[in-house]
Design a protein around this ligand. Sequence first.
Ligand code: DGT
Ligand code: CA
Ligand code: CA
Length: 585
Amino acid sequence: MNNKEVVRVLVTIADLLEIKGENMFRVRSYRNAAATIDGLLVSLELIAETDEDRLEDIPGVGKAIHGKIIEILASGSCALLDDLTSELPAGLLDMLGVSGLGAKKVKLFYQSLGIDTVDDLEEAALEGRLRDLPKMGEKSEQKIVKAIERYRRTQKSSKRFRLDSATAIAAEVTEYLSGVEGVETVEVAGSLRRWRESVGDIDILVTGQDGTAVMDAIAAYSEVVEVIGKGDTKTSVLLAVGNTRLQIDVRFVEGASKGAALNYFTGSKEHGVALRGRAKRMGRKLSEYGVFDEETGSQLAGGDEVEVYKALGLPYIEPELRENRGEIEAAEKGELPCLITEADIRGNLHMHTTASDGANTIEEMARAAIVTGYEYIAITDHSKASGIAGGLDEKELLKHINDINVVARKLKDEGEELIILKGTEVDILANGVLDYSDELLSMLDCVVGAVHSGFDMEGERMTARIIAAIESDMLNILAHSTGRLIGAREPYDMDMNAVMDVAAEFGVAMELNSYPQRLDLKDIHCRMAKDKGLLISIATDSHSTGTFSNMTYGVHTARRGWLEKQNILNTRALGELLKILKKDR
Ligand code: DGT
Ligand code: CA
Ligand code: CA
């Protein structure tokens, strides 16, 4: 249960209570709680895991709703919502999904005309039966018809899936298909192979002896809830994922076409179109079966993807670059970037411990870092303004520094080589001032700064706020700098170009946060940072030892942003890193 899902449940409760005609005071308390949680940057789930009582610190959330939140976090719903949904017609919830229709309008249509489905509402609007209701008219009827059309369209265009859940599901399906008799290779293609931040569906390419057996196998896969289409070489199925559906397209080709098919189905579509245009200009034809000489029809390549590019006069282009953003031109000139790999990563400069909102101690995080193979880490707990995240006040920070030293000494005595940097994730307050004094910040090795409040600030003010923080010259790294949560929260309004220019001037690195719901900086911003000569810190922002593995999402996003080893702060050897972090301090 992420915060957004909790918010959704609370808003639904408020809407249904209002439609039912409950006391407005009660309705409002649910709405207020939802709004507050929507603005939080810390994960309620994580707080609940470590210390449930801390949930009571959420400002403006009373005891009754506090109990509901715990219930929602534990079960995904709560008894009150279950009662409301069984009491009221299910179609009212669909009506609330039509944009422009809030609880007030839905209540009006339901109470006065008995309308309780989107279809009924559309009919009533088309027949002019809504216009005589209070505060309604012909114009508002037309608006509702339009909104319902839009609603139907978005219902159809299926939801996009986060990279981590798609990756996990693809791994299971791949393993399953690999076990089918006669199967030789199973490979993920499509946007997932390009490591896009979200994927529409999962594309899988299979080679082997018997295509029919593969098609039968995927249709019979235990997680499948619907077979959309099934042919000799292509089958599409839907899997149930939570309360939504994820499509899997499985294609079977002969080994002799594998490279070309992989190339075709990896996309992107735009990259494929550009490649086929290039082939044509060379008197060749590129299809999912191979590269062919247009005149003689003889096959020049097909089984191997590297050979496919070669037959088009190009070096191999990594999947992450295939977005038709200049990669073909760069390949032509021999100027493709030498992309960063996970093996280049030496450390991790953003993580939390039980001192603030993490689930593990300094020592546990350090030992997990040793297992991961890191040479250095920075412990960066929250500052005091992030009260809900257990942020440290000045006194607590001093003690924390001492605690880090104690762990560092203990590990050193054991012969471990991990270096633990003392850091903070300091809040950038609404006026751009950092949440600790310069004197205190100077005692730290690594100062990560971030915005944790006031996300709805107007663009010019937000830009000025972040620039002021950079100009304090106390920051080393600007963390998750747009605040977006993929599929859940829009980035805040900010002039990225201006912020990066100032960051370059003050030697501040930008973070690429590896949490699959953040991936912030995103690909095009990484590339912008590279062009401006900024360094990027690819960090996991871990709140527990289990999430160091998210580094892979950060690294692949960096690759989508054309980043190379030298563009990344945490590929540097310790000595060089420390020099960069010290600036002139
Ligand atoms: P997604 O699923 O929306 O995240 O994005 P993709 O890139 O995985 O797109 P998808 O699943 O529709 O198709 C997979 C690949 O197949 C796509 O990247 C390129 C190729 N492809 C699909 N449809 C077309 C098409 O109409 N024209 C061309 N040239 N290629 C296509
Ligand atoms: Ca796809
Ligand atoms: Ca597809």
